[in-house]
Design a protein around this ligand. Sequence first.
Ligand SMILES: [Zn+2]
Length: 397
Amino acid sequence: MPSMRQSYTVTVPEEPPAAAFPFLKQEMRRKGSMSGSVLVSTFVGLLINQAKNSKSAQGLVGLKNLGNTCFMNSILQCLSNTHSLRDYCLHNSHRRDLNNNSRTNTALMEEFAKLMQTMWTSSSSEAVSPSEFKTQIQRYAPRFVGYNQQDAQEFLRFLLDGLHNEVNRVTVRPRGTVEDFDHLPDEEKGKKMWSKYLEREDSKIVDLFVGQLKSSLTCSHCGFCSTVFDPFWDLSLPIAKKGYGEVSLMDCMRLFTKEDVLDGDEKPTCYRCKARRRCTKKFTIQKFPKILVLHLKRFSEARRTSKLSTFVNFPMKDLDLREFASENSINAVYNLYAVSNHSGTTMGGHYTAYCRNPNSGEWYTFNDSRVTPMSSSQVRSSDAYVLFYELASSSRM
Ligand SMILES: [Zn+2]
């Protein structure tokens, strides 16, 4: 049996977020004696001015580049536009989770939440410096010390893992017991494995980002099929090759889930034959996460020496993944809300983010300290590297 994938762990206090339009209140107090209709038109005018002048009130705040930190800024903007995660920080719900357990280290989640709050409530439109946050992430993951260019997807993994660890609702992990669910039907086995996972790893981060993958191994000798269920925090999709021109995201998904033959040195031991046999392996998705992160494997795994700049055509709306579900009748339709882009080569590259503002539904380009409106028709490009999708039923838009 293949070993379990790496499992991850992530965990948060109460102050209302600063009012979104602080000076509106002032303005209203000042003009308290005005007639109703004048007040209404002033009100509307102010709202429009507010939208134009104070970008920050709407999350349209750039992040200063601290020296090759565009990979970090790009991911932070994608997470800032993940509305459930943003609200978790803005409503200070993370503090409840932090207080509920006596962890020694809560600084990463606190700095992350502080940064989100600044990005959504500060009245200045100046770019914000994420240096306090960077101090904490590099304490958690020393590989981010210094100012080298890093991989955005790896950074996302570390960040979510770190946040989860600090707001994990599980304070005492149960002792690892070996339970055998192999006698159960697959669907029940999948549920048991998921609740076993939650006994150890249970947080807002898990609620949002973690799904469950099923791998089925079929013995070519006796036909016995064994199943393994593993949590996943994102899916790394190989880029399908089709001669020239573009490929679709569905092609990449199909390649990812394609039946694979395990032979030679890779031969697993068949449970029934009690011998190593040639087997076929296939992935299906047992549980779809609310937020699905799809990583396009543009970089060669061996030291990132080459990059594929294939245009992968991905849908903005209605990405229907039901054909990859273990069971049918599952809701698996997603809408895109953020993209982390990588332009350039492996030697010299730059990260930006395209994000749909959860309040207005408009798309913006986040290029370090610069934030500019963009047309949704420009979102798809051959720079797309990490895609953020939200399950349609949980979407507010
Ligand atoms: Zn067998």
